[in-house]
Design a protein around this ligand. Structure first.
Ligand SMILES: NC(=O)c1ccc[n+]([C@@H]2O[C@H](COP(=O)([O-])OP(=O)(O)OC[C@H]3O[C@@H](n4cnc5c(N)ncnc54)[C@H](O)[C@@H]3O)[C@@H](O)[C@H]2O)c1
Ligand SMILES: [Zn+2]
Ligand SMILES: [Zn+2]
Length: 379
């Protein structure tokens, strides 16, 4: 297009029960404080599936995806003036929360809880949207980054520069799974060397929690999934023992046989009430349960209050690995480049936007760790 607008392709969620479709859209140039990025890679996270399945209330149409790596192509007015601003040509990991730096949560160092994130995610006013259908209808952008698209305009604060030596598909995974899973263990739970951990659910997030526990120096890491192939992968990433989850109380007994008295830590990375409840039974008195998996909105889990209190259990919710992306992405990227975080092992398959339907089906079955849409054949 000659007027500064760009023709792009994006996976667009059409509303609960209506699925998604890859559409040709029109992208406006970046406004003040924004940057135009060319997407290199986007992971497919179970949170995208929650959106697709209508588990969470989200606007539609919305350009999907929240786990991406990109190259900065153009800067909007005012970008570049501040230290840390992205520059054209930078490899960036996109953050699904870009903290404002000014609210009370940000002042506490809890950017992941920011009340007014930059770009304000998919709830941005229709009058302030850069992405449209050819007929002019605004298309919202999931979490302000909508990574399942060939290009996107995002808040400059959401584009975090990382080591350009990082392969793009791996960089993409830092944007959600790795930050979430590693951070749940190292930041939210604060695991210390020599402690024991149980991780329930071995998708991209749970396997990242296994990597995080290994990085933290855990003495024992027990990994649990219902899909046997995940168990082998968990071992390769640092699990010392694995359990094939069946039905009923067998999993609890199997964990307690391995770790008599219970683990120091249990991490739930599926998003089921039953496994959140199970996690409470797997820790020792005084142990810490960290919930990472997200259920459909409104789902409640039960707690045996007497036992919970008597045993002095700590129960934590972990949002985005308790990370402030601008600090944590570059640090994780350094760990990957140094060979301390084998993020590449999470990549099951590189796919295109047109393969997304099959990727979501595979995710439903628990088949494979991460599928990554790559937009550039060399990524
Ligand atoms: N807290 C956060 O900030 C945050 C960020 C990203 C994702 N999430 C959530 O984390 C969860 C995991 O995401 P993911 O992308 O890794 O998902 P995923 O679907 O790739 O992984 C889930 C794993 O759980 C296994 N599983 C399912 N039911 C099971 C059962 N009953 N027993 C044992 N294993 C079972 C599956 O086989 C699969 O390996 C999702 O709910 C997602 O929405 C949370
Ligand atoms: Zn995610
Ligand atoms: Zn803030």
């Amino acid at each position: 297009m000659t007027d500064g607008r760009l023709a792009v392709r994006a996976a667009v969620f059409l509303g609960a029960g209506a699925g998604f479709r890859v559409e040709e859209l029109v992208l406006d140039p970046p406004g003040p404080g924004e940057v135009l990025v060319r997407m290199l890679a986007s992971g497919v996270c179970h949170s995208d599936l929650h959106v697709l399945d209508g588990d969470w209330e989200r606007p539609a149409p919305v350009a999907m995806g929240h786990e991406g790596a990109a190259i900065v192509e153009a800067l909007g007015p005012g970008v570049g003036a501040r230290a840390g601003d992205p520059a054209a040509g930078d490899l960036v990991v996109l953050a699904w929360t870009a903290p404002c730096g000014a609210c009370r949560a940000c002042a506490r160092g809890e950017g992941f809880l920011c009340a007014e994130p930059r770009g304000s995610g998919h709830r941005r006013a229709a009058t302030d949207v850069r992405l449209r259908r050819p007929d002019g209808m605004p298309v919202a952008v999931y979490s302000g980054i909508g990574t399942m698209a060939t290009h996107q305009v995002v808040a400059a604060e959401a584009a975090i520069r990382v080591d350009p030596g990082l392969p793009a598909a791996e960089a993409a995974l830092l944007g959600c799974a790795v930050t979430t899973g590693v951070g749940a263990v190292t930041r939210t739970a604060g695991m210390r060397p020599g402690e024991t951990a149980v991780v329930i659910g071995l998708g991209g997030v749970g396997l990242s929690a296994v990597m995080g526990a290994a990085l933290a120096g855990a003495a024992r890491i027990v990994a649990i999934d219902r899909v046997p192939a995940k168990l082998a992968l968990a071992r390769a990433l640092g699990a010392t023992e694995v359990i094939h989850a069946g039905e009923g109380p067998a999993t609890r007994a199997a964990v307690l046989a391995l770790l008599p008295g219970g683990a120091d830590h249990a991490v739930e990375a599926i998003g089921l009430a039953a496994t959140a409840e199970l996690a409470l039974d797997l820790v020792r008195p005084g142990g810490t349960v960290t919930l990472v998996g997200m259920t459909p909105q409104g789902v409640r889990a039960g707690v045996d209050v007497y036992a919970f209190v008597e045993r002095g259990i700590r129960l934590l919710g972990s949002n985005y690995g308790s990370a402030t992306p601008a600090e944590v992405f570059p640090e994780l990227a350094r760990q990957v480049v140094a060979g301390r975080l084998p993020v590449g092992r999470l990549i099951q398959e590189r796919i295109t936007l047109d393969d997304l339907g099959q990727a979501f089906e595979a995710l439903r079955r628990g088949d494979g760790a991460r599928r990554v849409v790559t937009f550039d054949p060399t990524s």
